[in-house]
Ligand binder design. Structure first.
Ligand code: GAL
Ligand code: CA
Length: 354
């Protein structure tokens, strides 16, 4: 792997013992000129968010900012986080990547707008020898394997679907009378899908339902449509479905919490005796509050802290020239997978404390 050459004071930059004497004067001069140990010599992380207007993504970014400050005080070294909002445009993100590379960033953390645009970014980063960490929006395996300096930090979408479906299955088994409103022994549901083409939309939709049917429960899909991870769009969709199906909806699956909260907004707007059971994914702060008051039956923790931690640890290891496999648990040399965890009223306390 070609890595960027740095004029730095880190132990990994030391020349082999035999050459040290002859180079020492020259290096001392260079270090004086470059101000080594000063601002320019710190770690620079360029991070692009597909959009900052996404609850889960902005939580990852906040965690990352906090961890940068912590790492700075722990290591005593300057760490600069350049954070940019790609505003849902891949062309904007491409410009941001170019700018990060021009500014001499040492590591890039990229939350792709378009998952199929990864190859171009990999090639740009490889040409500069700058390691690249994709997160949350997973490129296809061929793009990740294009260069050894590419990593992906995320969570297994299929697992989140299975856990979400498991919550519904448990609720059905525990209290079928209540859940099966029309008493036909079949679970009638609607599905609020995330962005089309996103791994989490596709796999959560598929595996949440599969977990229920694998548990021996017959299901009937009343409707399934995208609301693009968005609360307002989900509220509009749900309002339409409530008009169309009324109390016929027994469960609302939402691919993320913002959309589950949108469904709750729509239900709150049309007073009714009983609400369908609603489940989300992410465990964002407002979703945990909705679990606490009983509006949201459950959610699945998408570990924003763990994902930010993994990015930070990887970035530090790569910068220090250390083996990344010693800093994070790496699968197939490229992937860091953070586990999902189901959340209901029963174990809510643990998550509120965190
Ligand atoms: C998912 C998350 C969604 C949204 C999406 C953006 O993992 O559950 O809420 O943030 O990523 O890519
Ligand atoms: Ca039913």
């Amino acid at each position: 792997m070609r890595r960027k050459t740095r004029s730095c004071c880190s132990p990994s930059c030391r020349p082999p013992a035999g050459r040290r004497g002859s180079l020492s004067l020259l290096l001392a001069g260079l270090l004086l000129l470059s101000g080594c140990g000063g601002k320019e010599e710190g770690l620079r992380i360029g991070t692009a968010l597909y959009t900052k207007d996404d609850t889960f993504i902005s939580t990852v970014a906040q965690n990352l900012e906090g961890m940068v400050r912590e790492a700075e005080s722990e290591t005593g070294r300057q760490i600069t986080l350049f954070l940019s909002d790609s505003e849902s445009r891949q062309s904007t993100q491409m410009d941001q990547v170019d700018r990060f590379l021009n500014r001499g960033c040492d590591v890039l953390c990229i939350n792709l707008v378009d998952r199929t645009a990864a190859a171009v970014i990999v090639d740009k980063a490889e040409a500069e020898g700058v390691p690249l960490i994709f997160f949350n929006r997973q490129p296809v395996a061929e793009d990740i394997q294009r260069w050894d300096g590419v990593y992906y930090v995320g969570a297994d979408a299929r697992e989140s679907g299975e856990l979400q479906g498991g919550l519904v299955l448990d609720a059905w088994r525990a209290d079928r009378e209540t859940l099966d409103r029309n008493g036909d022994g079949v679970l009638q549901y609607v599905m609020l899908e995330g962005e089309p083409g996103h791994q989490d939309s596709l796999l959560r939709t598929e595996y949440a339902v599969k977990a229920v049917t694998d548990g021996g429960v017959e299901v009937e899909k009343l409707a399934s449509e995208t609301a693009n991870w968005n609360r307002a769009q989900a509220a509009a969709r749900t309002a339409q479905w409530l008009e169309e199906f009324g109390d016929g909806i027994e469960v609302i699956f939402a691919n993320n919490d913002d959309m589950a909260l949108g469904a709750i907004d729509a239900l709150a707007d049309t007073p009714r005796d009983r609400w369908p059971l609603i489940v989300g994914v992410d465990a964002t702060a407002p979703a945990l509050e909705a679990v606490a008051v009983g509006q949201l039956y459950g959610t699945v923790l998408n570990d924003s802290r763990g994902q930010a931690r993994a990015m930070m640890d990887l970035a530090l290891a790569l910068w220090n020239g250390e083996d990344p496999a010693r800093a994070v648990e790496l699968t197939d040399g490229h992937y860091v997978w953070l586990p999902y965890r189901p959340v209901t009223l029963e174990n809510l306390e643990e998550f509120l404390e965190a």
